[in-house]
Ligand binder design. Structure first.
Ligand code: SF4
Length: 234
């Protein structure tokens, strides 16, 4: 059976329901008059090569230090920042990446995320990709979840599930898989729903991969078992 991204979305959505991803602490930001979208940008860097549980601990430390905004991060020394984000792992690298991102936002956009997320998004994506340690997955997560830009995020979970579900792609590259998902979803849903659909489908894939489509998959209870042709089901 041919599985398409829109079939995948329908099956996962009816099993898991709305996942409301990406989480931000709105109460914190309304109290501190800070931009909640910056918490998403921080989260996309902190979540590299670690679990969300560890990211939450690092974000909690930043909140305790009242450092969940562009200018507050800029005021911290490298050592202070590494201490705060330590639970997320690779903290030296991530502190450098966060400081570079912050400097870029202040220098180029005066710390104003409205300026970052307006204008030519192809250009913005290229700018983000030019920053050290920001690859396509991180840049696209920033654009989709913080910038409301309809661009689908591909991660290792998506690649694994594409293989197992035999979602047809001509090659394994990030761009090719992204194109396959966007082409199909854009065909099935109106353009004003795409940001929501892209966000939700990425979150659904992550959830399904964590609960069922693990390295050793739990196919017998997976909500995709009726359409999946992975060998363990035969
Ligand atoms: S049925 Fe098995 S292989 Fe297929 S998506 Fe579910 S867990 Fe993965």
């Amino acid at each position: 059976m041919t599985v398409t991204p829109s079939t995948l979305y329908q099956l996962l959505q009816s099993f898991f329901g709305n996942l409301d991803w990406w989480p931000v602490d709105s109460t914190y930001h309304s109290y501190h008059h800070t931009d909640p979208r910056f918490e998403i940008l921080i989260g996309t860097i902190l979540t590299q090569n670690t679990t969300w549980k560890n990211v939450e601990k690092a974000l909690d430390n930043l909140k305790q230090a009242h450092a969940l905004s562009i200018y507050q991060i800029q005021k911290l020394s490298h050592d202070q920042l590494t201490q705060l984000i330590k639970p997320s792992g690779f903290f030296n690298q991530k502190a450098t990446r966060l400081q570079q991102l912050t400097n870029y936002l202040i220098t180029r956009y005066q710390g104003d995320l409205n300026k970052l997320f307006s204008g030519d998004m192809i250009q913005r994506r290229l700018e983000l990709l030019s920053l050290h340690g920001i690859g396509p997955e991180t840049a696209d997560s920033m654009l989709l979840y913080a910038g409301d830009i309809p661009i689908f995020v591909i991660d290792a979970y998506t690649k694994r599930m594409c293989h197992r579900l035999t979602i047809t792609v001509s090659n394994d590259s990030y761009d090719e898989i992204q194109h396959r998902f966007q082409q199909d979803l854009n065909h099935h849903y109106p353009s004003d729903q795409l940001v929501c659909i892209y966000r939700q489908l990425h979150a659904l894939i992550v959830e399904c991969a964590k609960q069922f489509c693990r390295p050793k998959p739990l196919c017998s209870t997976c909500p995709l078992s009726t359409v999946c042709e992975y060998p363990c089901l035969k």
